[in-house]
Design a protein around this ligand. Structure first.
Ligand SMILES: Nc1ncnc2c1ncn2[C@@H]1O[C@H](COP(=O)(O)OP(=O)(O)OP(=O)(O)O)[C@@H](O)[C@H]1O
Length: 579
């Protein structure tokens, strides 16, 4: 409850209004029970017919007023919980995009989506009910209990004997409900994960003919969720049955003892019915309170899961501002192991990348090339050693400033579900259309963009899947050109584009590299031949560096690697040279 209050604090005025109206509503409820005595004793038993007509009018008026107050209370409460949930979702999203990249290597996107959608929805649906129930029903229980006690304290106390029992049982079941709900939320996260996996891997599923297999796996995950929910429902219904049974016991006790008091003439029938009405009225809210307690247990499970995400530490930015790149990027004895792994992927890497240089990183698959370039924008920090930019450790630098100095064009181009123009202007949303067109022209993308149905205003659809691989890459290049940073990080595509696309992409890249420091994970012959420095990486270590001619003469590993870049014809020319 403390955490719920903490989250609800910004909407205190809505909550306060709801509290006030819940007291109004429950007082009116109390008034109805209170008026049973005069109605019974002074009107019905005294046969006072002139007041009889007033009874239904009074009851209707009271019920109307009570409903009105309950409406205001319920509306305020729901709005407060909707706002709370809206803000929690914003907070989660805000936090999510500031988490280190490493987090997302461990958690699947489907499971994260589930936290943002399913867990937050659970909070949303239950929170209003909980607030509403605890407040309105809590207040009602207090007023009705007061009426009953005022009328006849011993009779009232007798019926309340069962209340601690109801509370105790609810508590015991609550612990189990909390645990079950936790499991259910994990299972629904698995289900969401399977859905997003299927959407992302649809082509693979289809081409391998695995539709039925995937369906089976999905239905198993779905069944696990269903089972958890059935167990949860059983527990919740169990609580209800228990509360019903125990409250029935309370009524029975009052009927027996109260009835005997009336028969012996100790109390009037009016007293007896007034208490009975109050008790009948009090048991429903008591049962609701017990149910809302089980709801709280469920919400707790969802809040736990949301909090787990919310309390993950964000990326740490340094303080030092940096607005230009003048001299060099220096790796000093940099080693790196991925979080959760003890195996280093990079081992004591020493490397200097001078301003304006084109540095090509080559090496066999799995050598650590992508990892090495990922350290430059600080997607990960070295496990030991340090990386300096113009003499300053990356960890000391303001993260935004640091990343402002660079653009990345990687193998898997990420396009957003926005227009072409917005995708190109991603790093500079304020760019004019002229600037966007200029960048697209430099990236050899202008022509095909012009031919799209709405030109630059064409919506790219999810992940830009309605474009060809080469077109997507050229949009990514235009995006980098428009950002115009001094450092360029390229992860060249290994997948072959058709000859025309390949040439266009190549030309666009060459144009973009002019006047910039470029670090490129190279897969193209022309790139390594044109590089100022080639760095040969093998099993996380730099085994050689230098220009192409030099390495080709001296380094057998490089020669071997080099031949993998060649096509058949070129290779037949190189092999005699190797001999
Ligand atoms: N997120 C990760 N968690 C753990 N290990 C990883 C992760 N990403 C990569 N690795 C491991 O790090 C090593 C280097 O990977 P990296 O992607 O840097 O190699 P690469 O040289 O770029 O390979 P390729 O040319 O095939 O893309 C590999 O052994 C890989 O299994």
């Amino acid at each position: 409850m403390r955490r719920i209050w903490q989250l609800a604090r910004p909407y205190w005025w809505l909550v306060s209004l709801a509290i006030v109206f819940s007291f109004v509503a429950s007082s009116l409820q109390g008034a109805i029970a209170w008026l049973v005595k005069p109605a019974m004793d002074k009107v019905l038993l005294a046969r006072n017919y002139q007041y009889l007509a007033l009874l239904p009018v009074g009851v209707i008026a009271l019920i109307f007023l009570r409903s009105g107050a309950a409406f205001v209370q319920s509306y305020c409460m729901r709005v407060a919980s909707l706002r709370l949930v809206r803000d929690v979702r914003n907070l989660l999203y805000h936090h999510l995009i500031r988490l280190p990249v490493g987090y997302f290597q461990k958690e699947t996107s489907g499971r994260i989506v589930s936290r943002l959608v399913t867990d937050v929805s659970l909070i949303e649906t239950s929170l209003g009910t909980i607030f509403q129930t605890t407040m309105i029903e809590g207040a009602t229980v207090i007023t009705l209990a007061a009426v009953a006690l005022w009328r006849r304290w011993d009779l009232a106390l007798l019926s309340f004997i069962v209340l601690p029992l109801v509370g105790y049982m609810a508590r015991r079941l609550g612990v189990r409900i909390h645990r079950r709900r936790h499991r259910a939320q994990e299972k629904i996260a698995d289900v969401t994960h399977r859905i997003s996996e299927a959407i992302q891997g649809l082509k693979v599923i289809k081409v391998f003919g695995q539709e039925s297999q995937r369906e089976r796996i999905f239905s198993q995950e779905n069944k696990r969720f269903y089972r958890e929910m059935v167990r949860l429902t059983r527990l919740k219904e169990g609580t209800r049955i228990l509360a019903d049974g125990l409250t029935g016991l309370g009524v029975a006790l009052v009927l027996w003892y109260g009835g005997s008091l009336v028969v012996r003439g100790v109390i009037t029938s009016g007293d007896f019915f007034s208490i009975l009405t109050a008790l009948f009225m009090v048991f429903t809210p008591v049962k609701r309170l017990a149910r809302s307690y089980t709801n709280i247990q469920e919400i707790r499970a969802a809040i736990d899961r949301v909090d787990q995400l919310l309390y993950l530490p964000e990326e740490k930015s340094g303080q030092h501002p940096i607005d230009s790149f003048r001299r060099e990027i220096r790796f000093e004895k940099v080693s790196f192991a991925y979080p959760g792994s003890s195996e280093p992927v990079l081992k004591e890497v020493d490397l200097v990348i001078g301003q304006g240089e084109v540095v090509a990183i080559v090496g066999p698959s799995g050598a650590g090339k992508s990892t090495l370039v990922d350290l430059i924008p600080r997607f990960f920090d070295p496990t030991s050693g340090r990386i300096l930019i113009d003499g300053l450790d990356l960890r000391e630098l303001d993260l935004r400033d640091l990343r402002n100095l660079m653009a990345i064009v990687s193998q898997d181009v990420i396009l957003f579900n926005d227009t072409v123009a917005e995708n190109i202007a991603f790093g500079r949303p304020e760019a004019s259309l002229e600037e966007i067109i200029e960048a697209a022209k430099m990236a050899y993308a202008h022509e095909f963009i012009e031919n799209l149905p709405q030109g630059y205003q064409t919506l790219l659809g999810e992940r830009g899947l309605n474009l060809s691989g080469g077109q997507r890459q050229r949009i990514a290049i235009a995006r980098a050109i428009l950002k115009n940073p001094p450092i360029l990080i390229l992860d060249e595509a290994t997948s072959a584009l058709d000859a025309v696309s390949e040439r266009l992409v190549q030309k666009a890249l060459e144009k973009m590299m002019i006047g910039r420091t470029t670090i490129v994970v190279a897969h193209r012959l022309s790139t390594i031949k044109g590089a100022d420095k080639i760095v040969v990486l093998d099993q996380g270590q730099i085994i050689a560096q230098g220009r192409h001619e030099e390495l080709f003469q001296k380094n057998p590993t490089y020669r071997q690697l080099y031949s993998t870049f060649l096509n058949e014809e070129e290779r037949s020319q190189v092999i005699p040279l190797k001999r």
